[in-house]
Design a protein around this ligand. Structure first.
Ligand code: ASP
Ligand code: MG
Length: 417
C-alpha cells in the first residue's frame, strides 16, 4: 500500500489535476490518496466564516467566488457535457449557503470545522471523478467517517484504534480502486466534522500510512524536495537528498513549511519512509526522510517564519512567573489556538513569539491584560538556523535588529525586525 498526498497547489487548476492523474496512473501498487482543498480555498472559507461571525452579507459574495472557482475547474476538466459532477457540486454548495443564512452556533471552533471542511469534501469529490474520467477506478471516502477524533474542534486529537478499524473497512470496500480521501478533516463518533490544524493534510497522510502499515508516503509539492532555505529569498538554496525523521521533526517544528510537524511521528513509529517530491517533475529524486539517513548530511538549514508577534507579559501584582501562572498563560493561548514558537522567561516577565493569529489577536491580548501588563511588537520574523556556523549567522543577521536570541548546540533562533 502506498499513500500519496496532494496539497492545495497540486490541485489548483484543471491542468494541475490533469498532471495529478498522470502521476497517479504511474503508481506502482495499491494507493490511498489524501487530497487538500483546491488552491487557497481554506483561507477563502476562513474569510467566509469571519464574515458570518461579523454578521456581514459579504459571506455570500465570498461563497460565490469559491463556487465559481470550483465550477471553472469542473467545466475545464469535463467540458459542458458532464453535468453530474457539476450538479452534485451545486447542490452541496447551496446547502452551505443555507447554513450561512442561519445564525452561527456561537461555538466558533465547531462552526469553523463544519464550514471549512467543505473545501476538502468538494476537492476530493471532483478529483475522484477526474480520475474515473481518465480511466482510473477510484473510490471516494469521507474522512469524517474513518478518521475519528475527539471534539477539540480545529485541533482535534485522533483515536488511532477506532480509526484503524474504520479505515481498514474502507480499504476493503474500495477493493483495489484508488482510495481518494480528504486531508485535514475528521469526525467525532457523533458525526460532527473536526479539523486537525491548518496544513494538516500531511498529517492525515501519515495517519493513514500508519494505520495501514503502508510501504511509503509521498507528498507531492511545488518544490523539488526539502531545501536548505526558501529559494524565493535565498537563490543558493540546495535540496537535501535525505534526512532523518528526527531532523525532519526539528525542521518542520521550526517552521520549514514543506511538511506539517505532526506528520513525522506516525511514520517514524512504523519506520515508513516519507518522500517529498515535485509534482512538476515526478521523476526527480526529491528528498527521502527515513530512519537511517546518514548523519553526515547535516547541512546548515535556514528557516524564516514571518508574521510573528512578540508578546511580553509582566504580572500586575508582581507575583513570580511560576508553574501556576504559566499554566494560566498557556490556557489562554490554547483557547485561541495560537501557535507559540519560542518562549523566554525570567522571574517576573514572560516573552512569547507567536504566529499572528489574525482576527483573534486583540481578544487574546485583552484576556491577558486582565492579569498582566502586556507589551507587544508585530510584523517580526523568527529566523532559525539549524547546524549554524558563525559566518552563516553573520550573513543572514547583519544589519538587522535582534529582539530575542536563543542558542542551543544545533540550533540558533532570532526574533528580528
Ligand atoms: N486545506 C488545509 C489548509 O490549507 C489543509 C492542508 O492543505 O493541508 O490548511
Ligand atoms: Mg494547503
Amino acid at each position: 500500500m502506498l499513500v500519496y498526498k496532494f496539497g492545495g497547489a497540486s490541485v489548483s487548476s484543471a491542468s494541475a489535476i490533469e498532471n495529478l492523474t498522470a502521476i497517479v496512473s504511474e503508481r506502482d501498487g495499491e494507493l490511498v490518496m489524501v487530497v487538500s482543498a483546491f488552491g487557497k480555498i481554506t483561507n477563502a472559507l476562513e474569510e467566509v466564516l469571519d464574515c458570518w461571525y461579523r454578521g456581514s452579507d459579504e459571506r455570500f459574495t465570498r461563497l460565490r467566488t469559491i463556487k465559481e472557482y470550483h465550477e471553472d475547474i469542473i467545466r475545464s476538466f469535463f467540458g459542458t457535457c458532464d453535468n453530474l459532477v457539476m450538479n452534485d457540486f451545486i447542490i452541496r454548495t447551496s446547502a452551505l449557503g443555507d447554513m450561512l443564512r442561519e445564525s452561527p452556533s456561537g461555538d466558533y471552533d465547531y462552526d469553523y470545522d463544519r464550514l471549512v471542511s467543505f473545501g476538502e469534501l468538494a476537492s476530493t469529490r471532483i478529483v475522484s471523478a477526474c480520475l474515473e474520467s481518465r480511466g482510473i477506478p477510484s473510490f471516494w471516502a469521507d474522512a469524517r467517517e474513518w478518521l475519528i477524533t475527539d471534539n477539540i474542534h480545529r485541533e482535534a486529537n485522533v483515536d488511532f484504534n477506532l480509526s484503524a478499524r474504520r479505515l481498514r473497512n474502507v480499504v476493503s470496500e474500495a477493493g483495489g480502486r484508488v482510495l481518494v480521501t480528504q486531508g485535514f478533516i475528521g469526525g467525532t463518533v457523533d458525526g460532527a466534522a473536526t479539523t486537525l490544524g491548518r496544513e494538516g493534510s500531511d498529517y492525515t497522510a501519515a495517519i493513514a500510512a500508519n494505520l495501514l502499515d503502508a510501504g511509503s508516503v509521498t507528498v507531492w509539492k511545488d518544490v523539488p524536495g526539502i531545501l536548505t532555505a526558501d529559494p524565493l529569498y535565498y537563490p543558493g538554496a540546495e535540496k537535501l537528498d535525505e534526512i532523518s525523521f528526527h531532523e525532519a521533526i526539528e525542521l518542520s517544528f521550526y517552521g520549514a513549511k514543506v511538511i506539517h510537524p505532526k506528520t513525522i511521528k506516525p511514520l517514524q513509529n512504523k519506520d515508513i519512509p516519507l518522500y517529498v517530491k515535485s509534482f512538476a517533475d515526478p521523476g526527480g529524486t526529491g528528498t527521502i526522510i527515513h530512519g537511517n539517513a546518514a548523519s553526515s548530511v547535516l547541512k546548515p538549514v535556514l528557516i524564516v517564519k514571518k508574521k510573528q508577534m512578540l508578546v511580553s507579559l509582566t504580572p500586575k501584582d508582581f507575583s513570580f512567573i511560576v508553574e501556576e501562572c504559566l499554566s494560566r498563560i498557556f490556557a489562554v493561548f490554547f483557547r485561541y489556538r495560537t501557535k507559540v514558537n519560542l518562549i523566554q522567561h525570567s522571574a517576573i516577565s514572560f516573552t512569547i513569539c507567536m504566529d499572528n493569529c489574525g482576527p483573534f489577536v486583540s481578544r487574546l491580548l485583552d484576556e491577558l491584560k486582565e492579569d498582566f501588563r502586556v507589551l507587544y511588537n508585530d510584523n517580526l520574523e523568527l529566523v532559525t538556523i539549524r547546524h549554524y556556523t558563525e559566518s552563516i549567522i553573520g550573513k543572514h543577521l547583519s544589519g538587522r535588529k535582534v529582539l530575542v536570541e536563543q542558542r542551543s548546540r544545533n540550533t540558533v533562533q532570532y526574533v528580528v525586525k
